[in-house]
Design a binder for this molecule. Structure first.
Ligand code: G4P
Length: 291
């Protein structure tokens, strides 16, 4: 195994099969699927089977945590998804910015035809039903709480609907199906697994912490050198790998006896600060580098 190779992550096949089954079984109850993803890693934070599992249903991508991502990159991603025929909006569930664009994308783009057809048939007021899915940590619960005005609606009994899932009302127009079960991330793809570890979506013990921090520093040095300069006074030109981490530790005075840098402490600090959004508005993957 190479130094940067991801150790296998445990995701129980039994749980995956259950979630897959639950999505399939409930698909007929909804008009559309809303997948919440992380705007900093819009590809890596998608579930690898979502397209296949929800085939035939209109799908809306919500790029959440926009406040932590690079605005330019988020706009490029939205255009990129649109060029692929996928409706996408961005949002910040922490402040609630972007909630209106979600509703209008749903009503005026994704389900426009369906809503018009219902109107023509006299089905005025029939709620739009959506299934909300997302891998852990993308902000699925924050999204649902925001959209429902922080008051989680009561569980409703409907024929064929068990108590293990919840319909959450968003005013009179939209009902969201909050699915039980955990959706697994793209852990078979090494780059994606790294990105998920950087953001804290999967445990960082998939790699040793120093390797993870070095990989993140290299990405930051390549795409956001000004952020490293501003936060850590680091001039990163020509530096790579461990040298970057050593410089970071030195800049923060993280030394051990003999003047050596405590690279483990530096690595932990970097990842903590990145995850807390302290280094700046940063996106880790870009549409123009996708084949
Ligand atoms: P999940 O259901 O998909 O697992 O995610 P959840 O809503 O629990 O959100 C995971 C973390 O991401 C939470 O932080 C949440 O506050 C944060 N979060 C969600 N949406 C946004 C967003 O748009 N912007 C930012 N900046 N953060 C967001 P936490 O540290 O785990 O908890 P806490 O800070 O809420 O206590």
């Amino acid at each position: 195994m190479s130094e940067t190779e991801i150790k296998s992550i445990q995701w129980f096949p039994g749980h995956m099969a259950k979630t897959r089954k639950s999505i399939k079984e409930n698909l007929s109850l909804v008009d559309a699927v809303v997948e919440i993803i992380d705007a900093r890693i819009p590809l890596s934070s998608q579930n690898p089977e979502m397209g296949r599992m929800t085939a035939g249903k209109p799908r809306l991508l919500v790029l959440n945590k926009r406040d932590m991502a690079d605005n330019n990159a988020t706009d490029k991603w939205i255009s990129y998804f649109r060029s692929q025929g996928v409706v996408a909006v961005s949002m910040d569930c922490k402040s609630g910015k972007g909630l209106k664009s979600f509703t209008s994308a749903l009503e005026q783009q994704l389900l426009k035809d369906l809503i018009e057809m219902r109107k023509a048939k006299g089905m005025v007021g029939a709620p739009i039903r959506v299934m909300v899915v997302g891998i852990p940590n993308v902000g699925k619960s924050s999204f649902i709480n925001r959209m429902s005005g922080s008051k989680k609606a009561k569980v409703e009994d409907r024929p064929g609907v068990t108590r293990t899932k919840q319909w959450v009302k968003l005013g009179d127009k939209i009902e969201m199906l909050d699915m039980p079960g955990v959706l697994w991330p793209k852990f078979d793809d090494q780059k994606a697994a790294q990105n998920l570890a950087f953001t804290g979506a999967i445990k960082d013990d998939i790699l040793d912490i120093e390797t993870l921090a070095m990989l993140l520093l290299e990405l930051l040095a390549q795409n956001y050198p000004q952020c490293l300069k501003e936060r850590y006074k680091m001039d990163v030109s020509d530096l790579q790998g461990k040298d970057l981490l050593k410089l970071l530790g030195r800049k923060r005075g993280m030394l051990i006896s003999g003047g050596e840098v405590n690279t483990e402490r530096a690595a932990i600090m970097l990842l903590d600060e990145f995850r807390a959004g302290k280094i700046g508005n940063i996106t880790l993957e870009f549409p123009d580098t996708q084949g």
